[in-house]
Design a protein around this ligand. Structure first.
Ligand code: C5P
Length: 235
């Protein structure tokens, strides 16, 4: 296996998609040093998982709080202010201009980075039309990526298939965080537009979010190490 330096390891974000803090702590213990960056989403956050953030930070890990905020600007700003002190690295918001502006202003210089979700990957052109939008997915993703860049958002969540196109639009500095990653031979599950870790990195992704291929592996630590090795070899 190729030697992976810490920077490569920290490009893998493991999604702690489990129903309880106990289950998350058991998985974190199994993964040990193989993982340096964890994502906490709705399921774990609403089961008390935000309390894990300071513990993970104390243990030297980074945390992505995936709460996809969207509300009036004042409410978004107050929410972000509450999260600033937790020590997380990434927080998601939906890519509406008011929401993005409020989040960027409220994160200030706290060290928290704001990621915008352009268009949920479960949406196609028909879903957008049903929701009242006139733009299709590709055009709306592009418009929102440009708005995010102009507002000073720190990164985007996107499908690996969009990564190369978006990297060309937003330039080298923004984080591009891609779920939908499947190592060769892993089960796709409900993900439709999937890419291997190596291809997603080559397409311009800065970070890969991986859930089930690590969490459901017979040996999660070995699965995480294999993905980090693939990231290291892709450069
Ligand atoms: O298990 P899997 O690797 O598919 O998990 C991917 C993670 O990324 C999950 O936490 C899922 O909610 C999240 N995600 C996604 N697709 C998006 C945005 C987030 O799969 N477009």
């Amino acid at each position: 296996m190729a030697h992976a330096d810490p920077a490569d390891r920290d490009r893998l974000i493991v999604a702690l998609d489990v129903p309880s803090v106990d289950a998350a702590e058991a998985m974190i213990g199994k993964l040990g040093d193989s993982v340096g960056f964890y994502k906490i989403g709705y399921q774990l956050a609403y089961a008390g998982g935000l309390a894990l953030v300071p513990k993970l930070i104390d243990a030297g890990k980074m945390v992505f709080v995936d709460l996809k905020l969207h509300d009036i600007g004042n409410t978004v700003a107050r929410g972000v202010e509450s999260l600033n002190s937790l020590g997380a690295t990434f927080l998601t918001v939906h890519a509406y201009p008011q929401t993005m502006k409020a989040a960027v202003e409220a994160r200030g210089k706290s060290g928290l980075k704001i990621l915008a979700v352009t268009v949920l990957t479960s949406y196609d052109d028909t879903d957008l039309a049903d929701a009242g939008y006139t733009l299709g997915v590709r055009d709306l993703v592009e418009a929102r990526a440009r708005q995010a860049l102009a507002i000073g958002v720190d990164g985007l969540v996107c499908s690996p298939e969009e990564a190369a196109h978006l990297r060309g639009i937003v330039g080298p500095a923004m984080a591009l965080v891609t779920p939908g990653i499947r190592p060769a031979g892993a089960a796709a599950g409900d993900q439709k537009r999937i890419m291997t870790p190596a291809r997603a990195i080559a397409a311009g992704a800065s970070h890969l979010v991986v859930g089930r291929p690590v969490m459901d592996a017979a040996d999660p630590k070995q699965a995480a190490e294999a993905i980090v090795a693939e990231i290291a070899a892709a450069k």
